[in-house]
Design a protein around this ligand. Structure first.
Ligand code: 3HC
Length: 315
């Protein structure tokens, strides 16, 4: 995306950004700043809501009451994150219904990772450890986003994400230290979720159409590749600590760079999934459409009640 030519207003705006002054809903902002924030924040909200689906399937299959309570709490948190982010998106003038319709029509994106199935209980651990771990890496940086409501939403959300990541890692630690069959389940989950988790950070920087401008506007503080590298550097030792092997034969610590070298990502798979051809894309969007249809009566009842109350108060 070409960096925008500046007018006086835009120059003043950019000066505010450069001086680390938060942009608030009623402030003047370039249309393109508003547009890219609505794009990113609404898709972030969709990711939270769709992200509930793979985990929800395992609530009734949790191996004990403690694990069930932890998973229930996590899934409820994700719903709250989604609502929080839809509300933050509305501060930019986005209409909630239209935003959600964009998800249901396939027009809007959500994180590619949620188009992979959760096939075993170990996957619930891998999702918490890797998916929420990647989300934290990304969201901690977003706590410093130039747009006030988004940055503030991230502070609250990151606190809960840390619990999500820890419970996932603890779950996998238990399996990895259990019977050989349990350790195998944990390794299989890591094998299937490792690469899709790396793809969560988006395309390489030189292939990312939005990054340059988002960095200039301090929506992004770190690039896709920087966040991905930080995630790999933090996560590989965690895998080794519990005796699991990251599925990348070229993964190697590079003393010179102080980072892990790793195999280039299969971007064909990424774009296949982003463009709707992942293992679960149809199932996920159908589930969201069905939830809206089946929940219509709640909306209608709430609107009827609000209408009646308004009539009474204004009578
Ligand atoms: N899945 C789906 N689409 C993706 C993607 C992914 N993993 N990564 C990138 N894309 C899309 C982008 O949306 C963009 O398409 P668009 O212009 O139509 O929106 C295109 O691919 C090019 O990518 P860019 O790098 O240019 O896009 P961004 O600058 O927006 O960077 C991003 C992508 C890093 C995902 C950024 O949007 C971001 O930081 N979003 C906020 C965080 C977020 O959405 N996280 C998703 C996970 S939330 C989660 O896991 C919840 C947890 O509780 C489980």
């Amino acid at each position: 995306m070409k960096v925008l030519e500046t007018t006086d207003l835009e120059q003043k705006f950019q000066d505010k950004i450069d001086r680390e002054v938060k942009i608030e809903p009623n402030d003047w902002m370039p249309d393109a700043y508003r547009k890219t924030l609505i794009r990113q924040m609404s898709q972030h909200a969709h990711s939270e809501i769709v992200g509930m689906l793979p985990e929800a399937n395992w609530i009734t299959r949790a191996p004990n009451l403690r694990r069930k309570a932890v998973l229930l709490a996590k899934v409820q948190d994700e719903a709250g994150h989604g609502l929080y982010l839809y509300s933050a998106t509305e501060t930019l003038g986005a209409d909630r219904e239209a935003t959600i319709d964009d998800l249901h029509s396939g027009k809007a994106k959500y994180s590619s990772i949620f188009n992979y199935p959760a096939l075993s209980w170990a996957d619930i651990g891998a999702i918490g450890w890797l998916v929420d771990g990647a989300a934290i890496m990304n969201q901690v940086a977003l706590c410093r986003c130039s747009y006030g409501p988004y940055a503030r939403a991230m502070v609250k959300i990151c606190k809960e994400e840390s619990f999500h990541q820890r419970q996932g890692y603890e779950l996998l630690t238990t399996l990895a230290q259990g019977a050989p069959e349990q350790k195998e389940l944990a390794q299989d989950a890591l094998n299937r979720f490792w690469w899709p988790a790396l793809m969560m950070f988006g395309p390489n920087d030189d292939e990312s159409p939005n990054s340059a401008q988002s960095m200039r506007w301090k929506i992004k503080r770190l690039t896709n590749d920087e966040l991905r590298q930080n995630f790999i550097d933090a996560t590989v030792p965690q895998a080794e600590l519990i005796g699991l092997k990251v599925p990348d034969e070229n993964l190697k610590w590079n003393e010179e760079t102080g980072h892990y070298d790793f195999t280039p990502i299969n971007w064909d798979e990424f774009w296949q999934v982003v463009n709707g051809n992942g293992p679960c894309n149809k199932q996920r969007v159908d589930a969201r459409r069905k939830a809206k249809e089946e929940g219509m009566w709640v909306r209608e009842a709430a609107l009827a009640f609000a209408e009646k109350r308004k009539k009474k108060l204004t009578a």
